[in-house]
Design a protein around this ligand. Structure first.
Ligand SMILES: NC(=O)CC[C@H](N)C(=O)O
Length: 632
């Protein structure tokens, strides 16, 4: 991906079902859980680099002993940083007390972070800032064990302000306006209620406070709490939580927008945002890892029972297709095939752009995530070439000589590694535009493989803003003197903001939006822009479920190709000599390639929750009024 988009978060929840001695015996260490957590988080570092956090719970400790540990970091390498802190602490204890070394009980009693239940999070913020207070997991402490709540999530709610206000209405006084705090306090409120009710019940049955505690732990109905807490949530989420006494859950939104996968055996239960993370960390096959169903929660009671329960009736499944195109790791068996398919499906359009002249075309890709779709595109290109060869051979079979046949078979699809990312360079570059010359070098190119008669086809996963394309990639590729540069996007045009966990919430950042606005201006149709603004303004106070996405009218007068052509001119730096073409995947082909992830609101404007329409409405108003702000 050439545009740097901030996106996503990753969660990792791990429950050890056996006593810690078991892991010491079998795997050589009672710190097994911490080690696995490190892997689970590191294997998801793609999902969040603004911050990382870790929390753990020890089961069955004596009153007065610490049983919750947490560490968070927003440093440059946050995962490394938190595990360095954890290791340092553990090693200090072990050095100071050599007697702990082979004694699991001592370790559990005296060393923090070791425990039976863990929650990890890697963050890219979509709400608030990147201060340490915004880094998950969040902690809601209480002297009652059951009321301690630790929360982390991959989520974004479109209606945090309303949810915040409803807490205030409940008489609360939240100390922060962070979305995770709001969600946590919602759950916390109903958790308190439930604990109070259960205690009352125990009291009525003649139990003392002390006797009531384990009964409450056993009876605590997590599904009921989540049902009550999530009334009114509008967004995409995979919310994970731990309760002080040892229950835990992961809860997924009813449209399945955000991903969550889990695996269970008799030693562990694990949940993560991506399937291959679980596969590689625990060496389990693809089929053993299950997807948590939309609207459901995986509930892991302290006593070890695990159940998947419906919390909210699922709506039409609209799992985020961007997960497949770009965010999630391509090592997932399905995602790998899907990305290849994206590359295959776009080849016909590429062939049109190069007038079928594969002999004078070099195919390449933008590193690294587009590599898989490149493989697919090349497979399809080889099929195309073989058909051409077949036809020639069959048509000329009477006159064909050995030499001619060899010549025909020697023709190949030309693939080269053209673009090379100079990752380190980016760190020296600030937003300052006078540094454009430096920016141009963020990508370097391979010299000596392109002839002036060549087309250069380069595939990227998607084009959001196109800034890096314009400022670096196209400029550098033009230095190779190709006849024509064809930039291929394996995803459709990004036209509408996301509001479910990807940090792209303003319209004017999208090059497709800029192209549509430019076209409207050129064709003297600015009245459309004013009309849309009026309609958006008029429904500012309308109920979410009745809001209509009028921004579609901005794109409606134009075909996809017209917009792509305009994008090509917008991204075409003046000094470039080559002809530049831009090709996008169609939405239909996207759905063919990724049939399980039909969430496509950023391409189509069809939002899976009512709040989405409000967000796009606000985004347009902000654009029109010149405000540069997030829209949720
Ligand atoms: N990308 C995400 O899932 C972000 C989670 C949450 N909204 C935050 O900003 O912390």
């Amino acid at each position: 991906m050439s545009d740097a988009i901030k996106h996503e978060c990753g969660i990792a929840l791990l429950r050890l079902k056996k006593p810690l001695e078991f892991y010491k015996e079998k795997y050589g260490s009672a710190f097994y859980g911490i080690q696995k957590m490190y892997l689970l988080m590191e294997k998801q570092h793609n999902r969040g680099q603004d911050g990382a956090g870790f929390a753990s719970i020890k089961f069955d400790v004596e009153a007065g002993e610490r049983y919750i540990s947490r560490v968070r970091s927003n440093k440059a390498q946050p995962i490394q940083d938190i595990f360095a802190q954890i290791n340092k602490r553990i090693n200090e204890e072990l050095t100071l007390h050599p007697e702990y070394n082979d004694n699991v009980k001592h370790q559990k009693d005296n060393i923090p972070y070791i425990g039976e239940l863990f929650l990890g999070h890697v963050r890219y913020g979509t709400f608030g800032k990147n201060n340490i207070e915004s880094v998950h997991p969040f902690l809601r402490q209480n002297n009652w064990m059951h009321r301690n709540l630790i929360v982390a999530g991959n989520f974004n709610m479109t209606n945090v302000t309303e949810l915040f206000n409803s807490l205030v209405e409940l008489g609360q006084h939240p100390k922060e306006m962070a979305d995770t705090v709001t969600v946590m306090e919602k759950i916390g409120h109903f958790l308190d209620d439930e604990v109070t009710d259960l205690y009352q019940e125990c009291k009525n049955n003649g139990l003392s406070k002390r006797e009531a505690s384990p009964v409450i732990a056993e009876k605590l109905d997590i599904a009921k709490i989540l049902k009550r807490a999530s009334k009114g949530w509008d967004g995409g989420y995979a919310m994970a939580g731990l309760l002080g006494h040892g229950d835990s859950f992961v809860f997924r939104d009813p449209a399945g927008i955000r991903p969550a996968y889990f695996y269970e055996d008799d030693e562990i239960v694990v949940v993560a945002s991506e399937r291959p993370v679980i596969q590689t960390t625990f060496n389990v096959p693809f089929e053993k890892v299950q997807e948590l169903q939309p609207g459901n929660a995986l509930i892991i009671k302290k006593n070890g029972t695990v159940s998947e329960q419906e919390i909210i009736t699922p709506t039409v499944k609209k799992a985020c297709s961007f997960e497949r195109i770009y965010f999630s790791r391509g090592s997932d068996a399905e995602i790998y095939q899907e990305r290849k398919e994206l590359g295959k499906l776009i080849l016909p359009e590429v062939l049109k752009a190069i007038e079928n002249d594969t002999d004078n075309t070099v195919f390449s890709y933008i590193p690294n995530t587009a590599e898989t779709s490149f493989y697919g595109m090349i497979e399809a290109a080889n099929d195309f070439l073989n058909q051409r060869k077949n036809k020639f051979i069959l048509d000329n079979r009477k006159t064909l000589t050995k030499e001619k046949l060899e010549e025909i078979l020697s023709v190949k699809i030309r693939t080269e590694k053209i673009a090379i990312k100079d990752v380190k360079l980016r760190t020296f570059i600030t937003e300052d535009s006078s540094r454009d010359d430096l920016v141009a070098h963020v990508y370097d190119v391979t010299y000596g493989v392109i002839k002036p008669t060549d087309n250069l086809v380069i595939i990227d996963d998607s084009i959001v803003r196109g800034t890096t394309l314009k400022k670096s990639i196209l400029k550098m590729m033009d230095r190779l003197n190709p006849k024509r540069i064809v930039v291929v996007s394996s995803a459709p045009q990004i036209r509408y903001p996301d509001c479910y966990g990807i940090d792209m919430s303003t319209l004017d950042g999208f090059v497709a939006f800029q192209a549509a606005i430019t076209l409207l201006k050129e064709k003297k149709m600015t009245n459309v822009i004013d009309e849309v603004y009026k309609k958006c303004k008029a429904q500012e106070k309308t109920k979410d479920s009745e809001v209509i996405n009028y921004v579609k009218e901005i794109y409606a007068p134009f075909t996809d190709e017209e917009i792509s052509t305009k994008i090509a001119t917008l991204l075409h730096p003046e000094e470039i000599k080559a002809e530049v073409k831009i090709i996008y995947q169609t939405v239909d082909n996207l759905h063919i390639a990724c049939p399980k992830n039909l969430g496509d609101w950023y391409f189509t404007g069809d939002y899976p929750t009512p709040g989405g329409n409000r967000v796009v409405n606000r985004a347009f108003i902000n654009f029109y009024e010149g405000k540069n702000a997030r829209t949720y």
